[in-house]
Structures are given as C-alpha cells and as structure tokens.
Design a protein around this ligand. Structure first.
Ligand SMILES: [Zn+2]
Length: 330
C-alpha cells in the first residue's frame, strides 16, 4: 500500500498566521494552529514564528498518522500581495511593511521543504472551491471580505492569475468614480464601502444624528468602538439603522457582484471572511440586487453562497495551490 503523503498550508495575515496540514487528497484537516503575526518583529521575526508553527504541525501530523517527515511533500504559502509567484517574492504588503521579500525561499530554507507562494485571497477562494461552499463549481468568483476585500478567480477549473499575478483585486474595482477615498489612493473602490472597517464607518455616520440605536447601546455610547460585527448583531436584534446599513452594504456589494457576474458568467460566487456573520440579512437583499442588475442568463446560472470554512479556507487553499503548482492538478 502506498504511504499517505501530506502538504502543509500557511495562511499569513496581517493579524494572525494560521498553519495546518492535509493529506494530498484534501480529505481532512490536521493540526490547525494559529499565532499572532507580530508584524512589528519584522520579516525575519515573522518567518521564525511561521517556521516554528510548521514544525509543530509536522509533529501533529506524525503523531496523528504515524507519518515520517519524508511523507511531507512541502509547504503552500498564502500571503497578502502583490506577489511575484515565479520568484516567490512578496513585492509589497502595506499591512506587514515588507518590500521585495523572498518569503517562499526563506520559509523553504528554514524547514527544509519545498514551498510555493500565492495570493491569500486566491488561496481562500481555492479553499472554498476545493473543500467548502463553492465545491463542484468550474467558474468561481471568490470575495474575502474582512479588514479589506480580496478576490480570487477560478476560470475553467484553474486559478486565474493574469499577466502579472495581479488578477482578482476585486476590492479595488470602482463602484463610484467620485466616491469615498480608498486606502489604495483611488476613489470609490468597493473596499471603501464594504470592508469591515468601511461598514463600521458608515454605521458611525448613520448613528451620528440618532439617539436611539441598539448600535450605540452595544458600544456604551462610544461610536469609535463600532465594528461591522456590532452592526450585524444590532441588525439581527431588529435595529432599524443597523438594518439600513446592512441593506446599503447589500446594494453596493450587489452592484459589485453584478459587474463580476456580467464579466465572468460564473456558476458560483462565494463570499468569505467576517462578512459571513451577517448571514441572510445581507445575502438575501444582495441576491435581490444582483437579480435586478445583472443579465438574466448569467444570474440564472449563478449561485451566490457564503463560505463554509471561516478559519481554514486560506490554509486549505494554500495546500491546494501547492498541489496545483507542484503536482499539476487538484
Ligand atoms: Zn482601492
């Protein structure tokens, strides 16, 4: 009988690093571990932490399965970008403060395993496609909505990277050409309205002239403590202002998703990240907005779903990208 082989996945975020392992067939998750990223330690300090997590996960795999170290094929890494995949380099990450950092080779050297690098949002989309809510799709658009909005495109069953690995920056597509200023310097990006912090900001503006809102009660009257999560909770409790902020989010996000549906004609749009906490209160009006805006044959062919791997999509997808890059298919 052939021995089972394993791949490690790394999901590097600005706040946390998650590392876990899977057998090559993707049938289960092993040893999902997380640590604060500690970007303040600099690239070398962060990579030391990642390497230590990888070693712990390798021990988990050996303990749980009886595998040997040589049964670990390698490490797939998902990182914020832009990236140069071929050279394994992180070109620039505002959240981590890195520039032209050879992340893939630094990790590979420390743990003595082959490694691959891909964009974190690509990985999250691939993870939901391989093992989560977008399973069975062939043309999938993924949006990861949290601190920012990341995007991933799976076209004809393959991750699409574009001419310079920069494809899928859905958060920075323009929704309003003269709209809110975005962190990227542009105006009116989708991210400037629908990221977690942007949703909180719109809620802050909405409660400014209001005395009675569950939102304010939930933060003891301190608007600076409003988060997207608070808005979702208040909406679930029936607060009218919170509901309107969620509906407005659904309208704007619906416009963005309609653009994607008209361009790519996907069979699945999967929404992942913190936004999934909003549940049907967001999803249902979003689906309605998309039906009003996008072309009917494209809408009819597309399901819009919430992700089902809130913690592990990035790790699962990083394992998947390693498999695609090294073994040629998933
Ligand atoms: Zn932007």
């Amino acid at each position: 009988m052939m021995r089972e082989q394993f791949i490690i996945g790394v999901d590097l975020g600005g706040t946390n690093v998650v590392v876990g392992a899977m057998p090559v067939d993707g049938s289960r998750e092993i040893g999902m571990r997380t640590l604060p990223t500690r970007a303040d330690l600099g690239a070398t300090g962060v990579v030391d932490r990642i390497a230590a997590l990888i070693e712990n996960v390798i021990l988990d795999v050996r303990r749980e399965t009886g595998a040997e170290r040589e049964d670990i094929l390698g490490v797939g890494i998902g990182s914020p970008g832009p990236l140069d995949r071929e050279r394994g380099i992180v070109v620039v990450t505002p959240n981590l403060g890195w520039r032209d950092y050879p992340l893939r080779d630094e990790i590979s050297r420390r743990v003595g395993l082959r490694a691959t690098l891909d964009n974190d949002a690509n990985c999250a989309t691939l993870g939901e496609w391989w093992c989560g809510a977008a399973k069975g799709g062939r043309n999938v658009v993924g949006l990861t909505i949290g601190t920012g909005i990341g995007g991933g495109l799976i076209l004809d069953g393959r991750l699409y990277h574009g001419a310079s690995d920069a494809a899928g920056e859905i958060g920075h597509t323009s929704i309003d050409s003269t709209g809110r200023r975005c962190k990227c310097g542009n105006y009116g990006c989708l991210e400037a309205y629908c990221s977690g912090p942007a949703i909180a900001e719109r809620a802050r503006e909405a409660v400014e002239s209001e005395d009675h809102s569950v939102i304010l009660a939930m933060v003891d009257g301190d608007p600076s403590r409003i988060t997207a999560h608070v808005v979702y909770e208040a909406a679930k409790q029936g607060d009218l202002i919170a509901r309107e902020v969620v509906r407005e989010t659904a309208r704007i996000l619906g416009a963005g998703v309609s653009n994607l549906i008209n361009i790519f004609n996907p069979d699945t749009v999967v929404l992942a990240g913190g936004v999934t906490q909003a549940g049907d209160g967001l999803l249902v009006p979003l689906q309605g907005e998309v039906r009003r805006r996008a072309f009917k044959p494209a809408v009819d062919a597309c399901r819009i779903v919430l992700g089902t791997l809130p913690v592990s999509a990035g790790v699962v997808g990083a394992v998947g990208t390693f498999k695609m890059q090294v073994l040629g298919s998933i």
